[in-house]
Design a protein around this ligand. Structure first.
Ligand SMILES: [Zn+2]
Length: 504
């Protein structure tokens, strides 16, 4: 049965560090192979044919062989040989326009460097929350395809609930569809070192990263950089070539104090300091021209005053529902499937002229790529940016609204194309050359999981031949880029290889 929504956990839907010992007792039996996973595999088989046929066309053959030969060539820092190496760092909740505050000099300096790349911003996938997006970045798949459709969600086939803070659940591979970049790397003869990235503690496809650090809190960003350097200092045959680290401070400050707070600025200084420290650490090893580094985030953050609450029980009888999930959205699981149409219709009528919209799962707008998975609730209410759904019980127990003191907090999870949800993407290293990009190829449009073309999201690519800051793109593209940088053959995904190939 789905977990009832009148529980103490419900008020903690706002994102926090995702290992919570208090919830580790929520042990639930898991079946080794779910129907959902089988469906995902079937989807992959279908998608593989279409995606590979369309987006790999003219690229995989001789070009791929040449690329791999090129990237497999060892580089030297003067004393040691290095394989092509990539470091990926995620600053959770780092909104794109935070870069304009003038307090992140190390990141800002990349705009003027020859071997750097910065996108104007990166679009998160919907919903714009942490676990779905970190796993989209890792796999190149939309959440509806990889199956991590929220931080907390119910699977009607497994009859179990995924909860991102439950370490026993997140370590269970049955939840995680697709192939994350660290598995792609390990399967193709590389070693991976992963520090706290969502999904990395589950043996997906039977593969764990060779070096793995599970989430713990708190760990200072500089300490995380030191960990990366420890891995880079290993001998060649034991050294990982794909390294990733997750840094949560900016997200935490944004939630608790809102995006415009001093505390967020303090967290940005901390993040930027880690960038400077990383660059200095690489320079000290003479690795600046050997190692590629990608900095990105999973989503942005919006200011939400605490009087902009939409109370669910004012709209629908809670006794008709088994579970409400998806904060700040409201994903509704009716107790009886036969009630779904009636509940939806009642909500649809009430939503007229209001600051929220309601959809049946199958009618969610196609641009969200959020309809084709049984884990998505049958009814989804999406608020405008700045508003949140709550039950009164949830609100009363929300630690962020605690004390009954009116305050503004930070929330994300909204329409992934809203400016407040925009993420960052910056990179530097030997594979990046500012001003050397060419226009988007005609066949490089992103494709959905069925291989069907759809228009690129966001502004049309402009002539970027001399631009310092490149046009925005969707985060489903990152997986292909990482594969490209490492010389890996990507698994089937929703991105496009042509996009990745034009970056180098
Ligand atoms: Zn996040």
């Amino acid at each position: 049965m789905p977990r009832p929504f009148f529980t103490e956990e419900d008020h903690q839907r706002v994102e926090e560090p995702f290992l919570d010992p208090e919830h580790s007792s929520e042990r639930k039996p898991v079946s080794p192979y779910s129907m959902v996973n089988k469906a995902v595999i079937i989807l992959f088989c279908v998608g593989l044919t279409a995606v590979v046929a369309l987006s790999v066309r003219g690229y995989m053959g001789e070009n791929q062989a040449n690329l791999r030969a090129h990237t497999e060539a060892l580089r030297s820092n003067g004393t040691h040989a290095f394989r092509k190496t990539v470091i990926l760092i995620s600053f959770d909740g780092f909104r794109a326009d935070y870069l304009d505050r003038g307090i992140t000099p190390h990141l800002h300096a990349l705009r003027d460097e020859a071997n750097a790349f910065q996108a104007e911003y990166m679009n998160p996938s919907f919903p714009s929350i942490t676990f779905p997006n970190h796993y989209t970045i890792a796999t190149g798949l939309y959440p509806e395809t990889h199956g991590i459709v929220a931080n907390e969600f119910y699977d009607p086939v497994l009859n179990q609930t995924f909860y991102y803070k439950n370490d026993l659940i997140t370590r269970d591979a049955q939840w995680w569809g697709g192939e994350p970049i660290w598995v792609t790397a390990e399967r193709q003869g590389h070693l991976a070192g992963i520090d706290m990235w969502p999904g990395s503690t589950a043996p997906i496809g039977g593969v764990l990263p060779t070096y793995l650090i599970a989430f713990s809190d708190p760990v200072a960003p500089r300490t995380k950089v030191d960990q990366l350097m420890t891995w880079l200092d290993l001998p060649l045959d034991r050294r990982p070539t794909f390294l990733a680290s997750y840094v949560p401070e900016v997200d935490h400050a944004g939630h608790a104090y809102s995006p415009d707070s001093r505390q967020v600025n303090d967290s940005l200084v901390l993040a930027d300091d880690a960038v400077g420290y990383l660059r200095a650490s690489l320079a000290a090893r003479n690795l600046t021209d050997v190692v590629d580094v990608v900095y990105l985030s999973d989503h942005g953050m919006a200011s939400v005053p605490d009087d902009q609450i939409i109370y669910l029980e004012d709209l629908v009888g809670l006794d008709l529902l088994d579970l409400v999930s998806g904060y700040p959205l409201a994903g509704l699981w009716p107790k009886h499937a036969s009630d779904t149409a009636r509940i939806y219709e009642a909500l649809r009528i009430q939503s007229a002229g209001q600051r929220w919209a309601v959809y049946l799962r199958e009618d969610i707008p196609a641009r969200f790529h959020y309809a084709h998975n049984d884990r998505i609730p049958p009814i989804v209410c999406i608020p405008e940016v700045g508003w949140t759904f709550y039950t009164r019980h949830q609100y009363d127990h929300s630690h962020l609204y605690s004390g009954k003191v009116s305050k503004t907090i930070g929330v994300h999870g909204y329409d992934n194309l809203d400016p407040t949800m925009r993420a960052i993407f910056l990179a530097h290293g030997p594979s990046f050359h500012a001003g050397k990009l060419v226009g988007q190829a005609a066949d490089s449009q992103p494709q959905d999981s069925a291989g069907a073309l759809h228009p690129p999201i966001g502004p049309a690519p402009r002539d970027v031949e001399t631009a310092t800051i490149q046009p925005p793109f969707d985060n489903v593209e990152v997986y292909n880029l990482l594969c490209h940088l490492l010389g890996l053959t990507p698994s089937a995904n929703n991105g496009t290889l042509a996009w990745a190939s034009r970056v180098e």
